[in-house]
Design a protein around this ligand. Structure first.
Ligand code: NAP
Length: 257
């Protein structure tokens, strides 16, 4: 445990359970001394998030469904009151209907298309807008999670690939907007990890097998490897990086055939 992030405050969106990538990000940031706030999207998840957050002393746990503007406003009012400032925003939230994560992409419904984009892409912009006033003058860092299905066809990933492409483009536009204020915005493109969300993608086990046999490192990654890069992106060490997508995927993204 270090103290390079002592005196700093972070908001972590997307802890569902201990397998969540957001939880690995949280532990990596807390290890460096950052004080954290967590959201829970529904009452059903509240107890689990509170139990995990209790492992990191001083943490806050607040309700926030990212599709609900009133709840987002409420979350940031609480943060302003409790922390008074924000240095890091980790956005590890995504959703698509299970039936849209199998079969043909052209069968995607209008509603399914909209939901996936609202939760998985627009929410980054909605949260960033509220975070900016709290990050003013503090060299804030915003990190989101993406997947290579935004740039290459991953069978069954379908609408999430389109939403992740919008998310990555949002990162670049937000980085351009916020750079003059000293706020950085980046994405981490993670290799496949067995989490609650991932289990919704049809054929997910086959994807894990493919990476283990073809990625340069000949293995899959784990969530803690993503957490460490997230902590790097929220630290002084990454002060020259913004608008980028960093791959934590055992090198799989460089492969052609
Ligand atoms: P996860 O543990 O299931 O986390 C996803 C989180 O998004 C959950 O906490 C979920 O809460 C939350 N969420 C969904 N809809 C929401 C809403 N309307 N409001 C607020 N929160 C909402 O899965 P994960 O794999 O760690 O996913 C984290 C991020 O990493 C996602 O952006 C995902 O696309 C990305 N990613 C994952 C992988 C992978 O292979 N696992 C690879 C690359 C990128 P509920 O449970 O309540 O829905």
């Amino acid at each position: 445990m270090g103290d390079s992030l002592a005196g700093k405050y972070g908001l972590i969106l997307g802890v569902a359970n201990k397998r969540s990538i957001a939880w690995s990000c949280a532990r990596a940031l807390a290890d460096q001394g950052m004080r954290l706030a967590f959201n829970y999207a529904t009452e059903r998840l509240r107890g689990g998030v509170e139990e995990l957050a209790a492992e990191l002393p001083g943490s806050l746990v607040l309700p926030c469904d990212v599709t609900d503007a009133a709840q987002i406003d409420g979350l940031f009012e609480s943060l302003k009151r409790e922390f008074g400032a924000l240095d890091a925003l980790v956005h590890a939230v995504a959703f698509a209907r299970r039936e849209e994560l199998a079969g043909d992409f052209f069968d995607t419904s209008r509603e399914g298309y909209m939901i996936a984009h609202e939760v998985s892409a627009y929410s980054l912009t909605a949260m960033t807008r509220r975070a900016v006033p709290l990050m003013e003058g503090r060299s804030g860092s915003i990190v989101t999670l993406t997947y290579i299905g935004s740039e290459r066809v991953i069978p069954n990933y379908n609408i999430m690939g389109i939403a992740k492409a919008a998310l990555e483009a949002s990162v670049r536009y937000l980085a351009h907007d916020l750079g003059p204020r000293g706020i950085r915005v980046n994405a981490v493109s993670a290799g496949p990890i067995r989490t609650l969300s991932a289990s919704g993608v049809a054929g997910f086990s086959n994807i894990l097998d493919e990476i283990a046999s073809r990625a340069p490192l000949r293995r899959n990654i784990d969530a803690d490897e993503v957490g460490d890069v997230c902590a790097f992106l929220c630290s002084h060490a990454s002060r020259g990086i913004t608008g980028s997508t960093l791959y934590v995927d055992a090198g799989y993204h460089i492969m052609g055939v």
